[in-house]
Design a protein around this ligand. Structure first.
Ligand code: GTP
Length: 596
């Protein structure tokens, strides 16, 4: 294909501003998906994606579109909108020349609108500003066109107004993509160089790799080489998604498509790597992407211990498709065998957990998530702590925690409430700007641990849902952090240890000890439940002794009923965990962890 007739673009937007709906409409208008095959959010393949209405994996689709009698090939690369998946957005952007910046005409610019716009600008993309959902009665296209024009420069009159729902304006948008976006440029006679921007594991076909060809050409049956590892593979199939995979006789300059080499693991086809021709390799690889870094760690345990091998297998399978997922085995006295798993954020955790439970039929319990700490001990050694149990026991010189720079957008009436919330989360205000007369952008430096869990929910509830948040990791700071242990009759229960700020240690201790007192049944002896920092006890509860006599309930003489009860009690015992001499039903641990 002649690069002059190719246009590569992506749609970037804040979550729920209607990216997938608009993409659907484009697929329909360009005829690549027939009416009768159309289902909502065609590009979101995974069930979870469809149910939650969010896009996780990027996909690329080729669509034909004619302008002034010339047939063009538009490659649309779908991107996820949630902050956890920003790293996928940046890879998609690197494969495009332009971006449609989509903004909900009833909401205006939100935090991820800005974050994505800045990413697009860093990638030198041409931006087409578009207001969506103009069919909504609450839409204020004039107001937000001015806001958008003000943000990216230009005339409010040039902001396109569309509705992904009704299809209004979408044809003009396709025309504008052809007219305004530059055609890709590359050297067709140079050795082949193609950028891997996504790699997906498919049960039937193995790894399907999505590439954007920059120079030269890739053809079927030739041998290609991964430039970072020098590994070579035969190209079994190469083609374009339109949107079903369609084999072609090669991909040239500027083209976007997929290839299959028969490898089984996405790590062998690494996102960000450059593919070249083995017989005639390129001298230099293309600039790659940074590897996604896990931010949040949590222990994942099967509720039924015999599911441990199944959990390992399931994680191995998910990993084929999710380069950001990291895990290693760990054991807990309370929960048995499980894994320490690293995630990009809480949404990523939730999705992985849900996929494990649903697709692999596992019942899981996850421990309270934590961020990564760097701890320097008295002998000047530094350890990286991804699990509270790794926290050094001796004297600690310094603990460092990861920080983020956060951007919050909201109507100005909520500024006070937002500042109060950020203050209570150890935040440090960096800037405050007015985007328009009634909307404010606040920038804060905050500890990751303070925002990664319930911050967004709090923010939403304090601003009646109007605030939006975006953040990115930015350095670390020394902080007054301690490890709080929970002890049952003097024995530490590892699953409940937590690293918290000193000021919050006491409330964590009180909360956990009183929760456990409710959940742990009485034993034949008194059981103290304590919270401690090192050897210092900061909270204490007692479970009084009682002799539990299940037979006391059946004062009749019904022997079968008695036997049943005794058997039931025995079954219950099996699911008991011993902490020292204390018998704790596993459900108590699970309840204590999940009601967090
Ligand atoms: P993510 O993929 O999760 O980032 O969301 P998205 O930006 O793709 O949004 P999506 O297309 O899922 O749309 C979000 C919601 O807005 C859905 O309930 C859509 O039905 C609705 N919606 C999308 N476009 C329009 C539109 O043009 N008009 C109206 N009225 N509703 C729309």
């Amino acid at each position: 294909t002649d690069p002059a007739i190719i246009r590569n673009f992506c749609i970037i937007a804040h979550i729920d501003h209607g990216k997938s709906t608009l993409a659907d409409r484009m697929l329909q208008l360009t005829g690549v998906v027939e009416q009768r095959d159309m289902r909502a959010q065609y590009l979101d393949r995974m069930d979870i994606e469809r149910e939650r209405g969010i896009t996780i994996k990027s996909q690329a689709v080729r669509m034909p579109w004619e302008v002034d009698g010339t047939a063009y090939a538009l490659n649309m690369i779908d991107t996820p909108g949630h902050v956890d998946f920003t790293y996928e957005v940046s890879r998609s952007l690197a494969a495009c020349e332009g971006a449609v910046l989509l903004v909900d005409a009833a909401q205006g610019i939100e935090a991820q609108t800005l974050a994505n716009l800045y990413l697009a600008m860093e990638n030198d993309l041409t931006i087409i500003p578009v207001l969506n959902k103009i069919d909504l009665p609450a839409a204020q296209p004039e107001k937000y066109a001015a806001e958008l024009a003000n943000l990216i420069g230009g005339d409010p009159a040039d902001v396109l107004k569309v509705s992904g729902k009704t299809g209004e304006g979408v044809e003009s948008l396709l025309d504008k993509i052809v007219r305004d976006l530059p055609a890709p440029v590359g050297d067709a006679s140079a050795p082949a160089r193609a950028m891997i921007f996504d790699s997906v594991y498919d049960t039937y076909r193995g790894v399907v790799t999505y590439v954007r060809v920059v120079d030269g050409k890739l053809s079927p049956r030739e041998r290609i080489q991964m430039m970072s590892t020098k590994a070579s593979h035969e190209l079994l199939e190469i083609g374009v998604s339109s949107p079903e995979p369609t084999p072609t006789n090669g991909l040239g300059v500027g083209e976007v498509g997929y290839l299959i080499t028969g490898v089984k693991d996405v790590r062998q086809s690494k996102v960000g790597d450059t593919i070249t021709n083995l017989a005639r390799p390129a001298a230099e690889s293309l600039a790659g992407y940074a590897d996604p870094k896990p931010m949040v760690f949590s222990g994942l345990y099967p509720i039924d211990g015999s599911d441990y091998p199944a959990l390992r297998e399931a994680l191995d399978k998910l990993k084929l498709n999710d380069a950001a997922l990291v895990y290693e085995p760990e054991t807990s006295a309370a929960l048995g065998f499980g894994f320490r798993v690293g995630f990009l954020g809480l949404l990523h955790l939730e999705i992985v957990r849900e996929r494990l439970e649903r697709e692999f039929n596992l019942d899981l319990i996850s421990t309270a998530p934590n961020v990564i700490y760097e701890v320097t001990t008295e002998d000047k050694k530094t350890v990286t702590v991804t699990n509270p149990s790794e926290f050094p026991t001796g004297k600690v010189l310094e603990v460092r925690e990861p920080m983020v720079s956060a951007t919050i957008l909201a109507p100005n009436e909520f500024v006070g409430a937002i500042m109060e919330l950020c203050q209570s989360r150890r935040g440090d205000m960096k800037a405050m700007d007015y985007l328009s007369e009634d909307r404010v952008e606040l920038r804060y430096r905050l500890p990751l641990a303070e925002i990664v869990f319930d911050f967004f929910d709090q923010l939403k509830s304090k601003t009646r849902g109007y605030a939006s948040l975006d953040w990115k990791a930015e350095g670390e700071q020394v902080a007054d952090l301690v490890k709080v242990d929970i002890l049952l009759q003097g024995e530490q229960v590892d699953a409940f240890s937590a690293i918290t700020h000193k000021d919050k240690a006491y409330s964590y201790g009180v909360m956990m000890t009183s929760k456990l007192r409710e959940l742990i049944p009485r034993q034949q002896f008194e059981v103290p439940i304590q919270a401690a920092i090192g050897s210092r006890i900061i909270a204490r509860e007692n479970i009084r002794a009682i002799r539990k006599d299940v037979l006391a309930k059946c004062y009749g003489g019904d022997i079968t009923r008695k036997r049943k009860l005794l058997e039931k009690q025995k079954e219950g015992k099996k699911r008991m965990k011993m902490v020292g001499r204390v018998e704790v039903p596993q459900e108590a641990f699970i309840a204590a962890l999940s009601s967090e």
